[in-house]
Design a protein around this ligand. Structure first.
Ligand code: NAD
Length: 488
C-alpha cells in the first residue's frame, strides 16, 4: 500500500519558518498499516548550524524577558494542546501506531508538563542573604543559551514536552531533533507554539538521523544536550556531547522487573502486570519486562493469562513501530522457546483484518525463563513478559539487582514491610508499590539509574531546573557599616 504524502512533507523549522532543503530523504511509514505517509529530509551539519544561529539570535531578547513574561506563552500553548486534542491524538496514532486512548493520554501528559512549566515563577525564586553586616549574597538562576533535545519514537508528543517547556520558560532557546520515524507530532508542536506567540528562533527543529545528532553533540554554540532513546545511543551521545564540553543528560533503555509476592491481590496484580507489559505495545521505557514470581503465585499467573487472552490487537493493543521491530520481538520469543521456556500466551504471527500491512505483535507471556536467556536480560521493547520464579524475596531482589538497567521496579504485595524492603533494595530510579508503571508526576522528576540514565539529575520536574540553568552569584554592599567590613 502506498499513500505517499498523506501528510505534508516533513520540513525543518528554523527561525519560525518551515524551510525547504534539497537533501536526501527517507519515507515516513505508518505502522498501523505499513503505508507511506510522508517524506523526511536527512539534514546535515549545515542545517544544524542554521538552526543554532537562529536560536542564538533569538536568545538575547527571549532571555531578557522575565520568567513571568515567558510563561505567558505556555498558558496559551497548553490551551491550544487541549483545543487540538483530537487532531494531535490521531497524528500520534498515525505515526506511532498506539491506540486512541494511549495517544490521547500522551497529549494530556504534555498539558500537565506545560502546567509545571508555567508554575516556574512560584518555584524558581532566587536566594538572598545578608552574609555579614551590610553585605548581601544573591543567587540567581540564568539560562544557558542554545540547548538541544533529541527524542525517541515511542512518545512522539510527550517526550518532546519533557524538555521543551521547561528549557524555554527558563530562558533558553532550543534546537530539537525528533525521531526520524515519528517527525509529524513535533512539526505540529512548532506550529502551535508559533500560534501561542513564541518568538521566531526560540524553538527550532532539524530532522534526520545520526548525522544530525552528531552535529548537535559537536556544535560549539550548543551549551547542553538532553537525549532520550536506547542505551546504546545514550552512551554515544553522552560521551560525544561531554567530550565537546557540554552538559548532558542521556536517558537510555530499560528492563523493568515486577516482583509479585503470593499475598498480592490477584485481580489487581494480574491486570496491572498485563497492562504494564502490553500498554503502548510494550514500547514504554517503564513497561514491565520481567515478572519475578516469588514462591506460590500460580493463581496470579493464571489470571494474567486470562487477561492477556482478552486483549484484541488492532482494538485495545496498537502496533509496534516497524517490521524490523516485529521481527526482533518474534525472534526473542522463538529463542526463549527453543531454550526451554514455556510460551503461555503467544503473540507471534498476529495480523489485524483490514490492516494486513501493519506491524502487530499480540501480548506474550513466557514462563520458566532462566537468567541465561536473552529474554531475561535484554530490552525487548514489545508486549512480552518473561516470568522468572524465585523462592523468596531475597532471591527476587537479587535478580532485579543483577540487571544492567535500572529505570523502574515494582512490587505487588499487601505487606508494608515487604514493600519497604523492595523500595530500599531495588537498584532502579523509580519504584512502584502495587503500581505497574510507576511514573513520578510533576513536580517529582523522571529518571532511572545504572545504564538507564547517564549524567547528573533527572530530565523532568524540579531536577530539570538545575539542568537548564546556571547560577549567578553576586555579592554586594551599599551601606556605611559595610565599609569597615573585612570584605570591603
Ligand atoms: P534510538 O536510540 O534508536 O533513537 C533515539 C534518537 O537517537 C533518535 O532521534 C535517533 O535518530 C537517534 N539515533 C539513532 N541511532 C543513532 C546513532 N547511532 N548515533 C546518533 N544518534 C542516533 O531509540 P528509539 O528506538 O527511538 O526509542 C526506543 C528506546 O528509547 C528504547 O530503548 C526505550 O527504552 C528508550 N526510551 C527511554 C526512555 C527513558 O526515559 N529512559 C524514554 C523513552 C524511550
Amino acid at each position: 500500500m502506498d499513500t505517499l504524502l498523506k501528510q505534508p512533507e516533513v520540513k525543518n523549522f528554523i527561525n519560525g519558518k518551515f524551510t525547504e532543503n534539497g537533501h536526501n530523504s527517507m519515507n515516513v511509514i505508518s505502522p498501523l498499516d505499513g503505508s507511506i505517509i510522508s517524506k523526511l529530509p536527512l539534514s546535515t551539519y549545515e542545517d544544524v548550524d542554521k538552526a543554532v544561529n537562529a536560536a542564538q539570535d533569538a536568545f538575547k531578547e527571549w532571555s531578557s524577558r522575565t520568567l513571568k513574561e515567558r510563561v505567558q506563552v505556555f498558558f496559551t500553548y497548553r490551551d491550544l494542546l487541549e483545543k487540538h486534542m483530537d487532531e494531535l491524538t490521531k497524528l500520534i496514532q498515525l505515526e506511532n501506531g498506539k491506540t486512541y486512548g494511549e495517544a490521547k493520554a500522551e497529549v494530556e501528559k504534555s498539558m500537565e508538563l506545560c502546567e509545571f512549566a508555567v508554575s516556574m515563577p512560584q518555584i524558581v525564586v532566587n536566594e538572598v542573604q545578608e552574609v555579614s553586616k551590610g553585605v548581601e549574597c544573591r543567587i540567581e538562576r540564568k539560562p544557558l543559551g542554545v540547548v538541544a533535545s533529541i527524542t525517541p519514537f515511542n512518545f512522539p508528543n510527550m517526550v518532546p514536552h519533557w524538555t521543551m517547556p521547561n528549557a524555554l520558560v527558563l530562558g533558553n532557546t532550543m534546537v530539537m531533533k525528533p525521531s526520524e520515524v515519528v517527525p509529524l507530532s513535533t512539526m505540529r508542536m512548532a506550529e502551535l507554539l508559533k500560534e501561542a506567540g513564541l518568538p521566531d528562533g526560540v524553538f527550532n527543529i532539524v530532522n534526520g538521523g545520526k548525522e544530525v545528532v552528531e552535529a548537535i553533540c559537536d556544535h560549539p554554540k550548543i551549551m547542553a544536550v538532553s537525549f532520550v532513546g536506547s542505551t546504546k545511543v545514550a552512551k554515544i551521545v553522552y560521551k560525544r556531547a561531554t567530550s565537546s564540553l557540554k552538559r548532558c543528560v542521556a536517558l537510555g533503555g530499560a528492563k523493568n522487573h515486577l516482583l509479585v509476592l503470593p499475598d498480592a491481590n490477584p485481580d489487581m496484580t494480574a491486570s496491572n502486570v498485563v497492562a504494564s507489559m502490553s500498554g503502548c505495545a510494550g514500547q514504554r521505557c517503564m513497561a514491565a519486562s520481567v515478572m519475578v514470581g516469588v514462591d506460590k503465585v500460580q493463581h496470579i499467573i493464571d489470571k494474567m493469562v486470562e487477561e492477556a487472552k482478552s486483549i484484541v490487537p488492532g482494538k485495545n493493543l496498537g502496533s509496534v513501530i516497524s517490521e524490523a521491530a516485529k521481527n526482533r520481538i518474534e525472534n526473542y520469543i522463538a529463542e526463549a522457546e527453543s531454550n526451554g521456556a514455556k510460551i503461555l500466551v503467544d503473540g507471534r504471527n498476529t495480523t489485524v483484518p483490514g490492516k494486513e500491512g501493519g506491524f502487530y505483535v499480540g501480548p506474550t507471556i513466557i514462563d520458566h525463563v532462566t537468567l541465561d536467556m536473552s529474554v531475561a536480560r535484554e530490552e525487548i521493547f514489545g508486549p512480552v513478559i518473561s516470568i522468572i520464579r524465585a523462592k523468596d524475596l531475597d532471591e527476587a531482589i537479587e535478580i532485579e539487582n543483577g540487571s544492567n538497567y535500572g529505570n523502574a521496579a515494582a512490587v505487588f504485595t499487601q505487606s508494608g514491610g515487604m514493600a519497604k524492603e523492595v523500595i530500599n533494595r531495588a537498584s532502579a530510579g523509580m519504584i512502584g508499590v502495587n503500581i505497574g508503571v510507576p511514573v513520578p508526576r510533576e513536580p517529582f522528576s523522571f529518571g532511572g539509574w545504572n545504564e538507564s540514565k547517564f549524567g547528573v539529575g533527572d530530565i523532568t520536574g524540579r531536577s530539570s531546573i538545575e539542568f537548564w540553568t546556571q547560577n549567578k552569584k553576586s555579592t554586594t554592599k551599599w551601606n556605611p557599616e559595610a565599609q569597615v567590613n573585612w570584605m570591603s
